[in-house]
Ligand binder design. Structure first.
Ligand SMILES: [Cu+2]
Length: 126
């Protein structure tokens, strides 16, 4: 192989590596698209906030906590649930693909007001 051919080949390899690197970087940046952090606090017999407005397609991170009791958090439409224990924060990542109303509720019986312990995500178009 002549040295010109070797040099061309090297240039091609370096060029392809640069493109691959740029693509990897792009993917990483897209993968890190910022999550919207939402704090949701449970206590007998209410979630605060009760209504949460978000956009469809937005990555969300819920930070769940409870002030007084081992409540449950359930979001049936997304098949998500968690046990909420005092002095702990539970983080759930989620995303709603479609606009709509999505109910979340306590699924661990916590007393006389348990049945009223729910809230909703109001998901609007992007
Ligand atoms: Cu409950």
């Amino acid at each position: 192989m002549s040295s010109v051919a070797v040099n061309r080949r090297r240039t091609l390899v370096i060029g392809l590596s640069a493109v691959a690197g740029a693509l990897a970087l792009t993917n990483r940046v897209q993968g890190q698209a910022e999550s919207q952090v939402i704090q949701l606090v449970a206590k007998k017999f209410v979630f605060t906030p009760e209504k949460i407005e978000v956009k469809a397609g937005q990555r969300l991170q819920l930070e769940l906590s409870t002030l007084d009791f081992a409540h449950g958090f359930s979001l049936p439409d997304l098949k998500l649930r968690a046990d909420l224990v005092p002095d702990q924060i539970v983080r759930l990542n989620l995303r709603f693909d479609k606009p709509g109303d999505y109910v979340f509720l306590c699924d661990n019986y916590c007393g006389d007001g348990h049945e009223d312990m729910f809230g909703r995500f109001l998901v609007t178009a992007q």
